[in-house]
Write a protein that binds this ligand. Structure first.
Ligand SMILES: Nc1nc2c(c(=O)[nH]1)N[C@H]1C(S)=C(S)[C@@H](COP(=O)(O)O)O[C@H]1N2
Ligand SMILES: [Mo]
Length: 164
């Protein structure tokens, strides 16, 4: 019996089906499967060159992503606004399964053109993405250097109100 590989395959199966969670300062925290993401209006972004910010290394040209807007998902989950002005101090963490994470501010998402191009993708070109291919992928299409806010295996979006 191969006792070394059995638990690993169970963990792998669990992670494959793990839904994207929307957590934190929300009226309706949510869990969204790849199928559930398809219930939201689909947007397609242009193909782009993936380039690392740190090294400036060209990684590859990525075909057009198709997915749901992050702002549409957050509107469905409804942001809490417990204290007047909370949105001014609200940030969002986009966390990958490996612990890699990046941030967005409320103003960036809801009050600049950047937010209109932040998508949670489940298709790339002609390919439907599964977890092994990195789905769901968070992608910020207006960024000058796209790799940092291109989060593979997105696990969680957390809304937080910052305090001094
Ligand atoms: N989940 C996750 N996404 C990530 C990263 C990571 O470490 N984990 N690194 C980012 C950075 S800094 C770069 S340069 C690219 C690397 O893309 P590649 O793994 O396809 O080469 O992925 C981005 N997305
Ligand atoms: Mo990078």
């Amino acid at each position: 019996m191969d006792i070394a590989t059995a638990p690993a395959s169970i963990d792998n199966a669990a992670e494959q089906s793990a839904p994207l969670r929307l957590t934190g300062s929300l009226v309706h925290p949510m869990s969204l499967s790849l199928e559930a993401l398809r219930q939201y209006p689909a947007v397609t972004c242009p193909a782009f060159d993936l380039r690392c910010y740190t090294t400036q290394r060209f990684i590859r040209t990525v075909p057009p992503y198709r997915g749901a807007r992050l702002t549409d998902l957050l509107e469905a989950a409804q942001l809490r606004n417990d204290v007047h002005g909370d949105f001014k101090r609200m940030v969002f963490l986009a966390v990958g399964h490996d612990g890699y994470f990046v941030t967005f501010s409320w103003h960036e998402l809801f009050n600049t053109p950047v937010g209109q191009q932040v998508i949670v993708a489940y298709e790339c070109g002609d390919t439907t993405l599964d977890a092994q291919q990195g789905a769901p992928v968070l992608f910020s299409g207006a960024d000058l250097v796209p790799a940092p806010r291109h989060v593979k295996r997105l696990a969680r979006i957390e809304a937080r109100v910052l305090a001094l």
